[in-house]
Write a protein that binds this ligand. Structure first.
Ligand SMILES: *[C@@H]1O[C@H](CO)[C@@H](O)[C@H](O)[C@H]1NC(C)=O
Ligand SMILES: *[C@@H]1O[C@H](CO)[C@@H](O)[C@H](O)[C@H]1NC(C)=O
Ligand SMILES: *[C@@H]1O[C@H](CO)[C@@H](O)[C@H](O)[C@H]1NC(C)=O
Ligand SMILES: *[C@@H]1O[C@H](CO)[C@@H](O)[C@H](O)[C@H]1NC(C)=O
Length: 440
């Protein structure tokens, strides 16, 4: 081919692929995260060292958890050519059941390129990133689109494809005029339809909480702040049964925990909810950063596990993300209550949830099996291994990665959900594309 065509194709390739660049990321909090196959994606956040004029980041970072690494030097990469189309923080993310789309719902949405960005800049509350085409779009939806709100934590049911987001808060006119919501927003990612859950016995308005979906369809709401930004009683659990659209309250037994907001939560395969970090009152650290809610007894029971010591562990982190990867709870970024003005490291802690041991060296449990075969249909998500695919330009299959994690669902403060998705990663020299999406 002649050189012109070569250049055209080269630029087409650049446009149609993610360009990953290894980096030491700036510190951030109030980000959202989502596990897609063997990658944790970290979206947006607030940073004092934002590379753009706005402190609200439009960055997408990812971490490849198919490789071993040390927490001192984790191999973060940034998708530099398709950032979020706006600065995003205090949002919530979901992976579609087909594992090809990341939904980013509400949160702070600002123009990342403006010093004093207007909150009015991005009206639509739902944006999606297609992992195959590497494009951001605003889905065309049916039903009444909810108003924007922030400091929310949603869950998605991967069997029904519906996601659920409760409450959150939003400034209405100026600094001191805000609303904290208590509506249950439901979005069906199959029919792209909004609806509202029951308001009967709904909890008081709430924000900065965590939400965790159990396998029986019940969402457990933990902690957070009420409509006066006072701590919600963490021992009073708000439960929403997605199967029958009903709210209830349960008083947990066991340890009486300190209240907190801006913490994170993950669900273990045996249906314990592990919470970490957060802050109480007006940004005070909590004493027991880790607590476990056993949902296999009724009422559910709080306990505080014995945890191994870890060097350089901060007093507590809040507004971080938490993601469950196999038997490891990844705690990333965040801020320290009362110390938010100092330069913060990109905190990185990994907890082995089998014995509550902090580990500094991550070793993936099983290497993905790479086979060659042809399968381009959506995968069956019911606990069987997920076949995921990526096609080359002539339509031939390059590889299929089999992920074997079944039940585990990771949910964080601001965090996303589980998933696994294809990825055939090819790493070239630094700023060269890391993945080959076809050029057609
Ligand atoms: C807050 O905003 C609402 C809605 O625009 C308005 O009705 C109300 O008067 C405002 N309150 C204050 C204290 O500004
Ligand atoms: C955090 O800040 C508050 C208010 O400035 C102060 O009262 C409190 O003692 C501080 N807590 C710690 C642990 O430093
Ligand atoms: C924790 O459990 C893992 C997996 O069983 C094991 O490899 C590790 O050595 C244990 N750590 C401690 C401190 O017991
Ligand atoms: C997924 O597997 C289940 C159980 O094996 C089966 O009943 C269902 O039809 C499958 N769904 C798809 C989309 O293949």
């Amino acid at each position: 081919m002649n050189i012109d065509n070569f250049i055209k194709i080269f630029f087409l390739m650049i446009l149609s692929t993610e360009i990953g660049q290894s980096l030491i990321p700036v510190e951030r909090s109030a980000l959202s995260s989502v596990l897609v196959d063997k990658r944790i994606y970290f979206l947006g956040g607030e940073s004092l060292h934002s590379p753009k004029p706005s402190s609200t980041l439009d960055q997408i970072l990812y971490l490849d958890v198919s490789k071993s690494f040390n927490t001192v030097n984790p191999p973060f990469e940034e998708i530099i050519n398709v950032p979020i189309p706006f600065g995003s923080s205090y949002a919530t993310t979901f992976l579609s059941p087909q594992k090809n789309v990341i939904y980013l719902f509400a949160g702070n949405m600002v123009d990342a390129n403006t010093k004093n960005p207007s909150l009015e800049f991005y009206k639509p509350v739902l944006h999606s990133y297609n992992l195959e085409t590497r494009e951001w779009t605003v889905p065309i939806t049916n039903g009444f689109e909810p108003t924007r709100r922030r400091a929310i934590n949603g869950v998605i049911n991967k069997e029904t494809g519906k996601f659920y987001v409760f409450g959150g808060w939003e400034q209405i006119n100026g600094q001191n005029n805000y609303t904290v919501y208590n509506d249950m927003i439901v979005f069906d990612t199959i029919s792209l339809t909004w609806s509202i859950g029951s308001t009967i016995n709904a909890p008081l308005p709430r924000t900065y909480y965590t939400a965790t979906l159990l396998s029986n369809g019940i969402i457990v709401f933990i902690g957070g702040k009420d409509n006066n930004f006072r701590d919600v009683d963490i021992n009073q659990l708000a439960l929403y049964d997605t199967k029958v659209d009903k709210w209830s309250i349960m008083t947990a037994r066991g340890v009486t925990l300190e209240n907190r907001g801006l913490h994170s939560a993950v669900l273990t395969p045996d249906e314990r909810i592990i919470i970490f970090g957060g802050s109480k009152d007006s940004n005070e650290p909590v004493l027991n950063q880790l607590a476990v809610l056993n949902t296999k007894t009724t009422p559910y029971e709080w306990s505080i596990p014995q945890v191994s010591a870890i060097d350089n562990m901060p007093l507590t982190t809040s507004a971080h993300s938490a993601t469950l990867v196999e038997n490891y709870m990844f705690i990333n970024f965040g801020t320290i209550p009362n110390y938010s003005k100092i330069q913060l490291l990109p905190f990185f802690y990994i907890l082995d949830i089998r014995n509550f041991t902090w580990v500094t060296h991550f070793e993936p449990e099983e290497s993905p099996i790479v086979i060659t075969s042809v399968n381009n249909s959506p995968t069956n998500s019911t606990n069987s291994p997920d076949l995921t695919t990526e096609k080359s330009d002539n339509g031939k299959q390059i590889g299929i990665i089999i992920g074997t994690i079944g039940l585990s669902v990771g949910v964080g403060t601001v965090v996303g959900l589980l998933g696994y998705k294809y990825y055939k990663k090819q790493k070239y020299k630094h700023t060269i594309p890391t993945a080959g999406s076809p050029i057609n």
